[in-house]
Design a protein around this ligand. Structure first.
Ligand SMILES: Nc1ncnc2c1ncn2[C@@H]1O[C@H](COP(=O)(O)OP(=O)(O)OP(=O)(O)O)[C@@H](O)[C@H]1O
Length: 344
């Protein structure tokens, strides 16, 4: 098997919260035991409810955050075993990052051409003249008129600002782009334009992409593989083409049922309770406190991450059978909720 472009092995991120405040001291388990492999040219989407660790995983993958434990390998080389300079070169050139809010991630006082040129300057890419040519090339690539070269970000529309951040992310011709909610801060009318631009660039430049979004139907549509996260854990990784029907983790199926599409119309699968705190995750399976399939075994220890099909792994004691429809799951979960209500 070929070495993946980027691989995260058993990644953990734990934040320590110190003293005072409403919650006192403790730890937040933002990411626990995540294994991810990204092959050249492929797109991996990350889905999950707010606070499940999507952005943390994205930040770890681009090297913006050092994992508390685990390793990050770029073409098989351990990034955090490298010197700071080597790591900056490898990840700075290899990976581009696009953030959610282009207004927050662009220097308001720098003109567009300088923002796009910045990574070229930092990495001392070729000569100043060649950098200027490259900036023009990048503006053209992302559909920004050259007349905007001297404009400040504040004078641009949200869509134009996101085009500037895409150009900056692509400046050093990276093999991988990590896009964290790249369209959610934009007006609905320009979201599709920016998404289509990203997809065009991805195929034109044969980019690998990590795509994080709350919009799970878009994630499914643009990705080759989808990672489903719950409370800092990857609970399932599945080929996007089979989703949602082939989702084997109850959480993945519940997530998709809450955002139905015309192709997959359904009522939301009812879940019990609310998302537990990332400071005090439940024992065993993190999803068990809300899962209609949970029983005593789910509270014992973390279920293994089993491969149920090619490129398809799931962390569950009671995975959904490949033949079970969402309508059947809805019935199962509704009956479980009714029993719980009677017992209350
Ligand atoms: N610097 C920090 N200090 C303490 N806790 C943090 C910090 N950063 C993130 N967290 C916590 O880590 C967990 C994961 O956060 P993260 O931002 O990765 O989730 P997310 O899935 O991207 O959420 P959203 O979809 O709302 O952006 C959350 O419980 C969050 O509150």
């Amino acid at each position: 098997m070929n070495t993946p472009l980027l691989e995260g092995k058993d990644l953990h991120v734990v934040h320590r919260i110190r003293g005072g405040g409403l919650f006192g001291s403790g730890h937040v388990y933002a990411l626990t035991g995540a294994d991810v492999a990204i092959e050249a040219g492929s797109t991996v989407g990350i889905v999950g409810e707010s606070g499940c660790g999507k952005s943390t995983l994205a930040r770890v993958l681009v090297g913006l955050q050092r994992p508390t434990e685990g390793s990050l390998l770029w073409e098989g080389h351990d990034v955090w075993a490298m010197s700071a300079r080597e790591r900056r070169t490898v990840l700075g050139r290899g990976v581009g990052m696009i953030f959610q809010d282009p207004s927050g991630s662009l220097n308001r006082r720098m003109p567009v051409s300088e923002i796009i040129r910045d990574p070229l300057d930092v990495h001392r890419w070729k000569s100043p003249r060649e950098r200027a040519v490259r900036v023009r090339e990048l503006m053209d690539l992302v559909g920004l008129p050259v007349s905007l070269a001297d404009a400040l970000p504040t004078s641009l529309s949200g869509g134009q600002r996101q085009r500037v951040s895409i150009a900056r992310a692509l400046a050093l011709d990276p093999a991988l782009v990590v896009a964290d909610e790249p369209t959610s801060a934009l007006d609905v009318s320009v979201r599709a334009q920016i998404l289509n631009l990203l997809l065009d660039l991805k195929s034109q430049l044969n980019l690998a992409m990590v795509f994080v979004s709350h919009d799970i139907q878009t994630v499914r549509r643009v990705s080759d593989r989808v990672i489903s996260m719950y409370l800092g854990r990857i609970v399932e990784q599945a080929p996007a083409a089979g989703l949602p029907d082939d989702g084997r983790h109850p959480y993945t199926r519940a997530l998709f049922s809450a955002a139905p599409s015309l192709l997959h119309p359904t009522d939301p699968i009812p879940l019990g309770g609310s998302v537990p705190s990332a400071s005090a995750p439940p024992s065993g399976c993190p999803f068990r406190t809300r899962c209609w399939r949970a029983d005593d075994v789910c509270a014992t220890e973390m279920p293994a991450y089993d491969e149920v099909a090619v490129d398809h792994s799931v962390r569950c004691y009671h995975p959904i059978e490949s033949t079970t429809t969402t309508t059947e799951l809805l019935r199962e979960a509704t009956a479980d909720r009714a029993t719980a209500a009677q017992g209350a």
